[in-house]
Design a protein around this ligand. Structure first.
Ligand code: DQA
Length: 154
């Protein structure tokens, strides 16, 4: 299976950006760890990073033809981008949201993720392991026939 990992804004600064929150691993190192884990899982992975909302939406749209699942860390867009949430809903692929930090335990504005509502699942607060768990979850999803517990939007 082919999976696209999408990193959102400011994640290009991993390693130097608030290391007490996000750790000291650079994005290049994180992507290498994701690639190694993907290989062990038999997944072909591509990692991309965009700071712009439109670029992330374009990447989601383009993923339709090439990938069978997406792992996305939308960064701060998670907290307010209905456009990215709509793009996730539109593409019809399983999308799993990841946050390095535990957004539920931080400032109040981070406790809501509008994009998470469009995703199949969220891993938050597990650092790089969250991406690996998301890859594993995507690999297991096709085996499920019950919709994976996803609730219809109300
Ligand atoms: C983040 C959490 C967001 O609140 C923040 O804006 C980020 C990183 C995380 O991975 O923990 O840019 O998505």
């Amino acid at each position: 299976m082919r999976v696209l990992v999408l990193h959102g804004p400011n994640l290009n600064l991993l390693g130097e950006r608030e290391p007490q929150i996000y750790g000291t691993q650079t994005l290049v190192e994180l992507d290498a760890a994701i690639a190694a884990a993907a290989q062990a899982l038999g997944i072909t992975v591509t990692c991309e990073q965009y700071n712009g909302e439109g670029a992330l939406i374009d990447a989601l749209h383009a993923s339709r033809e090439k990938y069978s699942g997406i792992v996305i860390n939308p960064g701060a867009y998670a907290h307010y981008s209905y456009a990215i949430a709509d793009a996730i809903s539109a593409i019809g692929l399983p999308v799993i949201e990841v946050h390095l930090s535990n957004i539920a335990a931080r400032e109040s504005f981070r406790r809501t993720s509008v994009t998470a509502a469009a995703c199949r699942a969220v891993f938050s607060g597990l650092g790089a392991d969250g991406y690996v768990l998301a890859l594993r979850a995507l690999r297991e999803l096709p085996a499920r026939s019950d919709g994976g517990g996803r609730q219809p939007a109300r």
